[in-house]
Design a protein around this ligand. Structure first.
Ligand code: UDX
Length: 434
């Protein structure tokens, strides 16, 4: 099948590359000529394990190409995916649909034969119908159907998530479009995984509900963690104990510094807005957004407490700044709240991250970037473990403790146990919820 993928951001690039690996003929489109030139040369602008190799393989096979020419890509395509950004609009928390609607009109003008126009971007309920209207307005003769096909892939595990999904959600309203969608994903169904066909609005809603539910689950355990600290319980034991109940499930119950990333913060805010707009306030989601912000502030208090009430002139070594491991993405990372607060309070902050420096340098003024945890810890008064990169899971704690001026650790991902940290020579250990 021939596919046009509009937008080479995270979702577009991963989906386009994976579809081409299925054997489809994929043309990825972006307005950014420099980006297209880099991609054509096989250079991947984001850090995602496995993506560069898969992209190179399919470019070499001639199934994956890149262009700035949307009309050329759309001409003859059986499926046209809209995978452009839907950032939070400044001021009102709405998802900004400018890019989606611009793409829809442009696709409308470029359509020559029948195609399914598939929205992969996360969009408010009702957007697919607006996309259809925009296409008709641009080209009243256009032959097309719209489909909603939300993406559930996680950064850092995107290829695997795309190739082995728990389910593929498709909102469609015609049999012809359903057939095209089934054909697109046919290579996956060989491996027996469920396609969930719904109406357009339900598919749009599934994406928001899934992300909001997961954000709620994380925030719930983070709040339980805060109470665990007061009553002397260990949240890790509590997570394990509740997670073994099949109705609850053990995933997404790791207490930490609060969720971040490109999806949960944006999608929870958008869902709250949709609720307000329809006079059906999403009270739980609104509370989750508020509590998640409080969680990040709590981490600052925890760090200040470990520094005996003030971080002024203290040297603090931060391990990890990206919102999670295996990505260079800094969007809404807890580090962006925590580190500036420490710098503002007069701390000398040193930072190390396997991939975060490229983006982080501009976002975190006033910090010193170090090559590795040992260099960062040298002479420091507190070590803060902020992102659970694998590189930070097997640290030589004794060596670290020896290098520090005051060997203390704030383990905001609960990677280590108090006992082993103290035994290695640290004088204090603070986890989350323990
Ligand atoms: C998420 C969804 O998982 C994915 O389905 C959707 O398509 C996009 O949003 P992503 O943002 O890449 O994916 O990362 P994810 O692994 O879900 O983590 C999100 C945030 O939650 C991170 O900040 C992470 O540290 C945090 N988290 C996750 C926790 O604090 N505890 C957990 O138990 C799980």
């Amino acid at each position: 099948m021939r596919i046009a993928m509009i937008g080479t951001g995270y979702v577009g690039l991963v989906s386009g590359t994976c579809f081409s690996d299925f054997g489809h003929d994929v043309v990825c489109v972006d307005r950014d000529a420099a980006k297209i030139a880099r991609l054509t040369a096989g250079e991947v602008p984001i850090f995602e394990p496995g993506l560069e190799a898969l992209l190179a393989k399919n470019v070499a096979a001639g199934r994956l190409t890149f262009t700035t020419d949307l009309a050329q890509a759309v001409d003859g395509a059986e499926a046209v995916f809209i995978a452009v950004g839907t950032p939070t609009r400044r001021g009102d928390g709405h998802a900004d649909l400018t890019y989606v609607m611009d793409a829809a009109a442009e696709i409308g003008r470029a359509l020559t034969g029948y195609a399914v126009v598939v929205t992969k971007s996360t969009v408010p309920v009702g957007t697919n119908r607006k996309v259809a209207e925009a296409i008709i307005a641009a080209n009243p003769q256009a032959q097309f159907d719209v489909a909603s096909n939300p993406e559930f892939l996680r950064e850092g595990a995107a290829i695997d998530d795309f190739m082995h999904p728990d389910r593929v959600v498709v909102g469609v309203e015609s049999d012809r479009a359903k057939k095209v969608m089934a054909e697109l994903y046919r290579p996956l169904s060989l491996r027996e995984f469920p396609m969930v066909y719904t109406g357009l609005e339900s598919a749009e809603m599934i994406k928001y509900a899934a992300n909001a539910f997961l954000a709620t689950k994380i925030t719930f355990i983070n709040e339980i963690a805060a109470l665990c600290e007061r009553v002397g319980a260990d949240v890790k034991a509590v997570s394990k104990g509740i997670g073994m109940d099949g109705r609850i499930g053990d995933k997404f119950l790791h207490a930490g510094p609060g969720y971040g990333g490109s999806c949960f913060p944006k999608d929870t805010k958008a869902l709250a807005r949709i609720g307000q707009e329809h006079a059906m306030p999403m009270q739980i989601v609104e509370t989750v957004i508020k509590v998640n912000e409080e969680m990040k502030r709590r981490m600052i208090d925890k760090i200040v407490d470990l520094c005996d009430g003030s971080v002024r002139d203290k040297t603090i070594a931060i391990l990890g700044v990206t919102f999670k491991p295996n990505t260079d993405d800094m969007r809404d990372a807890p580090s962006l709240t925590i580190i500036p607060a420490l710098v503002g309070a007069g701390a000398r902050v040193r930072v190390t991250d396997p991939q975060g420096r490229h983006e982080g340098e501009a976002l975190l003024p006033g910090v010193k970037w170090m090559e590795n945890p040992y260099q960062a810890a040298s002479g420091a008064d507190l070590l803060v473990l902020l992102t659970e990169w694998n590189e930070f899971r097997g640290l030589d704690l004794t060596k670290l403790a020896r290098k520090m001026a005051t060997p203390q650790m704030a383990d905001l991902r609960n990677i280590y146990d108090r006992g082993e940290v103290l035994e290695a020579g640290f004088t204090r250990y603070g986890g989350v919820g323990r």
